[in-house]
Design a protein around this ligand. Structure first.
Ligand code: GTP
Ligand code: MG
Length: 148
C-alpha cells in the first residue's frame, strides 16, 4: 500500500496541534507506521528541501524547520499521498480551503504547520531520509471496515 511522509512543522508543535493533526489522519482511516519527534539539524533540513535550494526563501525555510522539534510521521493507505495533500490544503494558507489543516489553522506560507510528500518519488526519498531504519508493519483490526 502507498506511504507518505507527513511532518508537523515546529509551529504545529508549538501551537499544540500534534493531537489534532494525528487525529485527522487516524479518523480518515490511514495507518500510522512511523512516528518520532526530531529536533532537525541544518543538514537534514537542507536535504529535505534540496529541490527548493534556489528559491529566495530557502534560507528562512531551513531556519524555520530547525526552529524547534518537528513530528516526523509515515502514514499508509490507498491514495495517501494525494489525499494527504488534500487534507493539508494549498501551500499558502491564504488559498487553503476551510476544512483543510492549513485552511483551519494557518495564515502565512512561512508558517504553514505541516508538510506532506507531493509524489510517490518524493515519498520514497523522504521516508528513507527521515526513517532510514524503516517503519513498522502491523495489521489494523478495522481494515475490512475501511477497505471493501
Ligand atoms: P511542503 O509540504 O512543506 O513541501 O509544502 P508544499 O509542498 O505545499 O510547498 P513547497 O514544497 O513548494 O514549499 C515547501 C515549503 O516552503 C512550504 O510549505 C512553505 O513552508 C515554504 N514556502 C513555499 N513557498 C514559500 C514562499 O513563497 N515564501 C516563504 N516564506 N515560504 C515558502
Ligand atoms: Mg513540497
Amino acid at each position: 500500500s502507498e506511504r507518505s511522509y507527513i511532518m508537523i512543522k515546529p509551529d504545529g508543535v508549538q501551537r499544540n496541534l500534534v493531537g489534532e493533526i494525528i487525529s485527522r489522519f487516524e479518523r480518515k482511516g490511514f495507518k500510522l507506521v512511523g512516528l518520532k519527534m526530531v529536533t532537525v539539524d541544518k543538514g537534514l533540513a537542507e536535504r529535505h528541501y534540496a529541490d527548493l535550494s534556489s528559491k529566495p526563501f530557502y534560507g528562512s525555510l531551513v531556519e524555520y524547520i530547525c526552529s524547534g522539534p518537528v513530528v516526523a510521521m509515515v502514514w499508509e493507505g490507498k491514495g495517501v499521498i494525494a489525499t494527504g495533500r488534500k487534507m493539508i490544503g494549498a501551500t499558502n494558507p491564504a488559498n487553503s480551503e476551510p476544512g483543510t489543516i492549513r485552511g483551519d489553522f494557518a495564515i502565512e506560507v512561512g508558517r504553514n504547520i505541516i508538510h506532506g510528500s507531493d509524489s510517490p518519488e518524493s515519498a520514497t526519498k523522504e521516508i528513507s531520509l527521515w526513517f532510514p531504519d524503516g517503519v513498522n508493519e502491523w495489521m489494523p483490526a478495522a481494515r475490512p471496515w475501511i477497505y471493501e
